[in-house]
Design a protein around this ligand. Structure first.
Ligand code: ZN
Length: 153
């Protein structure tokens, strides 16, 4: 596995033409994540629908191609999920890039993000790839802890 194999057309396209890089007007929650090792900085925003599922997910910020593409893939993957399901997907992704989960069927739920599994061979890129997912997981973890995620308006 060479270093360049990570930069697949799918990854490069998510980086160059992200579908979910914008600011949500009325987000339900928002959370910042930083990867000081590489200098990646992301703000993840989510708007929940009345039924509690993720209606909208988006990100802003800057960083390397891997961190940006991964954030775009994540937003695409978690729309329609409940926060709980999204956290499970985040944890699955983190296991994948750490080389702990290799089951292709299990990884399918991550959508395009499954193509980042080879990051597990590049320890220096793992934190870039998981930044968005870690940030979303942390955001919903904080929300659950404060009870905000269960509040309806
Ligand atoms: Zn990075």
């Amino acid at each position: 596995m060479g270093m360049t194999d990570l930069y697949t057309p799918v990854l490069l396209d998510h980086n160059a033409n992200p579908d979910y890089k914008y600011t949500i007007e009325n987000p339900t929650c928002s959370h910042d994540g930083v990867n000081p090792t590489c200098g990646d900085e992301l703000t993840i925003q989510v708007r929940l629908a009345d039924d509690g599922t993720i209606a909208e997910a988006a990100f802003t910020g800057h960083g390397c191609a891997v961190s940006q593409a991964s954030a775009d893939m994540m937003a695409d993957a978690v729309i329609g999920m409940t926060p709980e399901e999204a956290r499970k997907a985040c944890q699955l992704f983190k296991r994948m890039v750490r080389g702990e989960e290799k089951d292709q069927d299990a990884l399918e739920e991550l959508g395009d993000a499954a193509c980042l599994k080879d990051v597990s061979h590049m320890p220096s890129r793992v934190k870039c790839a998981e930044l968005a997912w870690h940030t979303l997981d942390e955001m919903f973890g904080d929300e659950a802890a404060s009870g905000k995620a269960t509040t309806t308006e």
